[in-house]
Design a protein around this ligand. Structure first.
Ligand code: UD1
Length: 349
C-alpha cells in the first residue's frame, strides 16, 4: 500500500473526494492547490470527514515563482507518489485562451515531474479525460480507440498523456529510476460525498449538466436548457457515462496500489466510467425523483462541439485494478442533491 501521496488540485471537486478516499485507506496526503477554483473550506472538511495526516500547501504549480517552494516541500514530505489533478478545465475558456491553457496545464505538470524526480518518487496518477477520444469511435469506447480531442482543453490532456509516455519510456530500463504512470480517463464525474459536506462548487454559470440541474432544483437558476433533442439517440438528447465521484476517487487509490505492485507497467491508460450511458432527459428525471423538486427545462439548440453518445468500456480497470463503478444514477442524484441543498451557495453558504 502506498502511504504518502501528493495530491495536486486536492481542494477541488474531484481532488477533495480523492483525498478523503486516500486518507480513509490509511495514506498521508499533501495537498498542493492555488485555490483558483477551490476553497480552503474544502480542505477543512476533508479533515473533518477523514481525520489523519493531511497537509496543505497553497502554491501555484504553474507559477515559476512558486517552483522552488514546491520542490522543497515535496522533498520534505518524502512522498511515495502523486495524484495530479491541478489544471484548468473549462472547454469554452480554453477555446478563447489556448495559450493560457497550455501554459498552466503543461507547466504545472512539468513542475510536478521535477519535484517527483528530486524526491525520487516516480509514481504518478494523472487526471485525464474521455475528452481525448475522437467522436467517431463505436461505443463502448475502449482505451485503444482513436484519440482526437476537439478543443484546446482536451488537447492539453492529450499532450500531457503523451509527455508522460515519453517520460516513462526514457527511464524504463534504469534500475531505481523507472516511472510508473497511470493516465485515468474520466467519463462524466457527478454526485458528492454521501455526507453532503464536500461536492462540486463551480465558479459562475455551470458548464456541466449536473451542477446546472442542481442549481435549478435549489432555485438558483430558473430553468435548464437541454442542448438538442434531435440526436440519433433513444430520446434525441445526448447520452453520457455518468460516474459517481466517490467511485471515481476509489479508482485513484486502486491505481496507486496497482502502480506499487511488482507487475505494474511503466505507463498505462485506464478508463474510469460506469460502462453505461444515460440521456439528458433520463438524468433530469432521475434528479427530479431524488430531489422531489421540479426541474423546469426548455429544449435549446445543440451545443457546439457536443457529440451524440459516448460511454466507456471499463473492462481494463476491472482487470488491472479490480475496480468497477458501484453506485447507481439514483445514488449520484441523491448525493449531488444532498450536497447542493445543504450548501445552496457551495462553500460560501
Ligand atoms: C464536458 C466537456 C468535456 C469535459 C467534461 C468535464 C464539452 C463539449 N465537453 O463533457 O470536454 O471533459 O465536460 O466534465 O464541454 N447538457 C445540457 N444542458 C446543459 C449542460 C449540458 O443539455 O446545461 C448536455 C450536453 O449537451 C451533454 C450532457 O448534457 O449531452 C453532458 O454535458 P456536460 O456535463 O457538459 O459533459 P460533456 O459535454 O460530456
Amino acid at each position: 500500500m502506498t502511504k504518502r501521496i501528493i495530491v495536486t488540485g486536492g481542494a477541488g471537486y474531484i481532488g477533495s473526494h480523492v483525498c478523503v478516499d486516500l486518507l480513509g485507506a490509511g495514506a498521508s496526503v499533501l495537498i498542493i492547490d492555488n485555490l483558483s477554483n477551490a476553497h480552503e473550506e474544502a480542505v477543512r472538511r476533508i479533515g473533518e470527514l477523514a481525520p489523519g495526516g493531511i497537509e496543505f500547501l497553497r502554491r501555484d504549480l504553474a507559477d515559476p515563482a512558486h517552483r522552488r517552494d514546491i520542490i522543497d516541500a515535496v522533498a520534505a514530505f518524502r512522498p511515495d507518489g502523486a495524484v495530479h489533478l491541478a489544471g484548468l478545465k473549462a472547454v469554452g475558456e480554453s477555446v478563447a485562451e489556448p495559450a493560457r491553457y497550455y501554459r498552466v496545464n503543461i507547466g504545472a505538470t512539468l513542475t510536478l515531474i521535477d519535484a517527483l524526480e528530486a524526491a525520487q518518487a516516480r509514481t504518478m496518477v494523472f487526471s485525464s479525460s474521455a475528452t481525448v477520444y475522437g467522436d467517431a469511435n463505436p461505443n463502448p469506447v475502449g482505451e485503444d480507440a482513436a484519440t482526437a480531442p476537439a478543443n484546446p482543453y482536451g488537447r492539453t490532456k492529450y499532450v500531457i498523456e503523451e509527455m508522460l509516455k515519453d517520460l516513462a519510456r526514457s527511464k524504463a530500463s534504469e534500475p531505481g529510476a523507472a516511472w510508473r504512470i497511470a493516465n485515468l480517463r474520466y467519463f462524466n464525474p457527478v454526485g458528492a460525498h454521501p455526507s453532503g459536506r464536500i461536492g462540486e462548487d463551480p465558479n459562475g454559470v455551470p458548464n456541466n449538466l449536473f451542477p446546472f440541474i442542481a442549481q435549478v432544483a435549489v432555485g438558483r437558476r430558473d430553468r435548464l436548457s437541454i442542448f438538442g433533442d434531435d440526436y440519433p439517440t433513444r430520446d434525441g438528447s445526448g447520452v453520457r457515462d455518468y460516474i459517481h465521484v466517490c467511485d471515481l476517487a476509489r479508482g485513484h487509490t486502486a491505481a496507486l496500489d496497482y502502480l506499487g505492485g511488482a507487475a505494474a507497467p511503466h505507463v498505462v491508460d485506464i478508463n474510469l466510467g460506469a460502462g453505461r450511458g444515460y440521456s439528458v432527459f433520463e438524468a433530469v428525471a432521475a434528479f427530479k425523483r431524488a430531489s422531489n423538486r421540479d426541474i423546469p427545462y426548455m429544449v435549446a439548440p445543440r451545443r457546439d462541439g457536443d457529440i451524440a453518445e459516448i460511454y466507456a468500456n471499463a473492462e481494463r480497470a476491472q482487470r488491472l485494478l479490480g475496480w468497477r463503478a458501484e453506485k447507481t444514477i439514483d445514488d449520484m442524484c441523491a448525493d449531488h442533491w444532498r450536497w447542493q441543498s445543504a450548501n445552496p451557495e457551495g462553500y460560501r453558504s
